[in-house]
Design a protein around this ligand. Structure first.
Ligand code: C2E
Ligand code: CA
Ligand code: CA
Length: 774
């Protein structure tokens, strides 16, 4: 028997134990339960009631009521678990939902139970529950996040992979690398790393494992990037970028894994390469452009200095190309250029460079020590300079055969300027002796690519001025030529910007406010009556100091640079305005004409007719007052549309003259077909008069022909009375003898109009009739 006192103590201890248990339940969010297997009575702890949000009074205490508290969908599995435990004694482990009785909130409960025995018989199950709602939610969230990331990774066109740094192998990838490259999956049977190493481009092979090793010890977040090629199943290499970032999943172990992205960048690389190519090449011919040329030239110079050899630079400017472009059109011009590029490339050696640096300018860089490949027949003992020269000769020969496009022959030649970088022994071969006229111009070793090119350019201009279709080797004296050309180009630009170029004479101190493009006028007289019949407007360019630049110098430059259009338009305007002004001042000039020179490029401009009529009407002149002078070659080369324009102008009454007649290779046949009103005999024929009998015969024949065709005939360049006296009757005369080109404000009309009344004379016959009538 337990003493009452002891009993009190025991009860106290028991109550204390209960309180503790109760606290533990409350703090831990747990509870316990007991199921009596014989009575099916259920006992719940205070903690369980609390978790269920249930008042102990509301619970009847039997098994069915306990099941009732569980979410309807989970009752059956829980029951099955309990039955199983009852039957077999296997521990109970269930997770179920409840709706808390007090606030209706859904909670997740884990319940574990165990059978208890008495005399070998299962008499009850004792279990514990815990509220695992937070845990379940966290898990669900993690699961959702993982599913999301997985979907993103799966959807990526890139290959995303995990790489094990210690074994240097790919341990996971979102898609099959072999399949991406078009191989069957089984190709990578030996492992993905082995597979990748087998298809990586040999040149890129080295960098891969090295880069991987860099990862070890790399700080977190460090991204390694490399580009490499992989061989696809179709035999082409494709470009890939590989980005790899170290993963620190265990701070102590350092980097064990890396995550990588393998991206196919072939298209981007191709575009970049195309851009790079087009940035450095001429699109029409595919030849290197100026930028690449300068680069190659710099490289060649470095090599030449190292080898003590000489580089040759050949500056080739096409002769007559502008004419092809102007007359046959740009499409044909393009074909011609392509053919020329092909021919030039054929005559250089594989190591040499042929570049196209502008419309009709090509530059060849010759490295004479490149004698390999299909070397032209340059004897071994040739000096470096001779190699350059022999290539220039070969280019000249290669261009000789006419280029046939659409059945039309185009004959193009090149004017070539050659310059050599100096090398220490000027001639590397003792047997060499250069021809005297090709004496090498030694330059210091520091010669820059720009200098060489400029010198070759200067030599090219010398070749041009010496008659084209030839080559010249640079000598220092030529450098001024190029400088002069540049100066004139600048002057022209400045003058065309400067509207003051109009007919204003220089200021009292002889100074202009910058370069000026104006017009001088030369009178043209009747050879029969001596009457003033017209003027020719001639372009005059002066610099800021009032110094003249001759048209023979600046007109070709204006043509080369395209400025001739603006120049021509200005001359037309100046000439027409001047004639109108003079007519106002001198009523006797009502019948005199104004002749203006028109270059081939200008004639080809479809807006020429509009420009001419616009200028005439602004000046208040009639079409009959104007004569356009075109050179023989410009007229010969005129395409059908140009001829149509000229024919239209001619029909409207504008005169068309052939300038410098006799200097071209004209067949007389075409004279009949062209819309012509006059013919100007070139002053080279006049110069031979009176001694040169052939010149005299030619002048007479041409004058007769003109009369026959009812064309006016103007004899240019008449300087002496003897010359005038040998001229056939009926011609018109232009020359220093009767009047030099003059600034319009200085024109002496008292003298000019001293002769008979100026009358327009259409032809020799009319002129003769006028004489008889007068
Ligand atoms: P051109 O059209 O044959 O012009 C006649 C040239 O002969 C002028 O030279 C004139 O000054 C010169 N001259 C006239 N009489 C005599 C003479 O008795 N003896 C000598 N020795 N020469 C004489 P300029 O003004 O130097 O012009 C040269 C060329 O420049 C012109 O030859 C023409 O082809 C071109 N040119 C001049 N102005 C223009 C222009 O406005 N537009 C175009 N497209 N070309 C022009
Ligand atoms: Ca002329
Ligand atoms: Ca002329």
């Amino acid at each position: 028997m337990v003493a009452a006192e002891d009993r009190g103590l025991l009860l106290d201890a028991l109550a204390q134990e209960r309180r503790r248990l109760r606290d533990v339940e409350s703090i831990g969010g747990v509870g316990w339960w007991e199921l009596d297997l014989r009575t099916r009575a259920v006992t719940w702890s205070a903690g369980l009631f609390e978790l269920y949000g249930l008042d102990p009074d509301q619970f009847s205490g039997d098994y069915a009521a306990a099941l009732e508290c569980i979410h309807p969908q989970d009752q059956a599995p829980v029951n099955a678990g309990v039955e199983e435990c009852m039957r077999s004694g296997r521990p109970l482990r269930v997770r179920y939902r409840i709706n808390r009785h007090d606030d209706g909130s859904l909670r997740w409960i884990d319940s574990r139970g165990q059978a208890q025995y008495q005399d070998g018989e299962r008499i009850r199950i004792v279990g514990a529950i815990a509220d695992v709602t937070e845990h379940v939610h966290a898990h669900a969230q993690a699961l959702a996040a993982e599913t999301f990331h997985q979907a993103v990774v799966e959807a990526s066109p890139d290959i995303i992979f995990v790489y094990d740094v210690s074994t240097e192998s790919m341990t996971w990838a979102n898609r099959s690398v072999p399949e991406l490259l078009g191989y069957p999956e089984a190709t990578a049977a030996a492992g993905i790393t082995a597979f990748l190493n087998s298809v990586v481009h040999p040149d890129d092979r080295g960098q891969l494992p090295i880069s991987m090793r860099q990862l070890v010890g790399a700080p977190a977040g460090e991204v390694l990037q490399m580009h490499h090629r992989l061989l696809a199943a179709d035999g082409d290499y494709r470009w890939f970028s590989r980005r790899i970032a170290a993963m620190h999943d265990d701070m102590d172990a350092g980097i064990t894994r890396a995550v990588g992205v393998l991206r196919d960048i072939t298209d981007a690389v191709n575009i970049e390469q195309r851009l790079q190519h087009s940035a450095l090449h001429d699109t029409l011919t595919g030849l290197p452009n100026r930028a690449l040329l300068m680069d190659r030239l710099a490289g060649a110079l470095q090599r030449s200095a190292h080898l003590q050899r000489a580089v040759s630079v050949l500056f080739c400017d096409l002769d007559g190309f502008k004419r092809v472009n102007d007359t046959a059109g740009h499409a044909v011009g393009d074909q011609v250029l392509i053919e020329i590029a092909r021919r030039m490339r054929n005559v250089v050696r594989p190591g040499d460079t042929v570049a196209r640096i502008s419309g009709d300018e090509f530059v060849v860089v010759v490295e004479p020590w490149n004698r390999d490949g299909q070397s032209p027949d340059v004897p071994e003992q040739h000096s470096d300079h001779q190699v350059g020269i022999s290539i220039a000769e070969r280019i000249g020969q290669a261009l000789r055969p006419p280029i046939i496009i659409n059945g039309n022959e185009h004959v193009i030649s090149a004017s070539i300027g050659i310059t050599h970088s100096s090398q220490s022994p000027v001639f590397h071969s003792p047997s060499d002796h250069s021809p005297a006229n090709h004496a090498p111009a030694a330059r210091p070793h520091s010669t820059s690519p720009e200098d060489l090119l400029q010198d070759a350019d200067a030599a090219m201009y010398r070749a041009k001025s010496l008659g084209k279709d030839r080559f010249e080797v640079f000598i220092p004296g030529m450098r001024a030529d190029a400088g002069q050309r540049n100066r004139i180009e600048q002057l022209l630009r400045q003058a065309l910007r400067n509207p003051a170029g109009a007919a204003s004479p220089p200021a009292a101190d002889g100074r202009h406010s910058g370069a000026v493009l104006g017009a001088a006028f030369q009178p043209i007289f009747s050879g029969t009556t001596g009457a003033l019949l017209g003027f020719e407007a001639l372009a005059r360019l002066t610099d800021a100091q009032g110094r003249f630049v001759g048209p023979d110098e600046f007109i070709p430059i204006a043509e080369d640079t395209g400025m001739i259009r603006a120049l021509g338009a200005r001359m037309l305007e100046l000439a027409c305005q001047q004639l109108a002004k003079w007519r106002n001042q001198h009523p006797r000039l009502a019948e005199v004409t104004m002749a203006v020179n028109i270059s081939a490029l200008q004639a080809r401009d479809p807006s020429l007719a509009i420009e001419v009529h616009g200028t005439l009407s602004r000046a208040g002149l009639r079409p009959e007052d104007l004569i356009l002078e075109l050179t023989e070659s410009a007229l010969l080369d005129a395409g059908t549309s140009t001829l149509q324009t000229l024919r239209g102008l001619h029909q409207d009454g504008v005169g068309i003259a052939i300038d410098d007649f006799g200097t071209g290779f004209s067949s007389l046949q075409y004279l009949v077909t062209l819309p012509l009103s006059s013919l100007k005999i070139d002053r080279s024929f006049t110069a031979g008069l009176p001694e040169n009998k052939i010149s005299q015969k030619i002048v007479q024949a041409v004058a007769g022909l003109a009369a026959e065709l009812d064309l006016t005939c103007v004899v240019e360049g008449v300087e002496t009375a003897e010359q005038r006296d040998t001229l056939p009757p009926g011609v018109q005369i232009q020359g220093y003898l009767l009047g030099r080109p003059q600034h319009p404000d200085l024109m002496d009309f008292s003298n000019l109009l001293a002769g008979p009344e100026p009358r327009r004379v259409r032809s020799q016959q009319a002129d003769v009739q006028a004489l008889i009538a007068g």
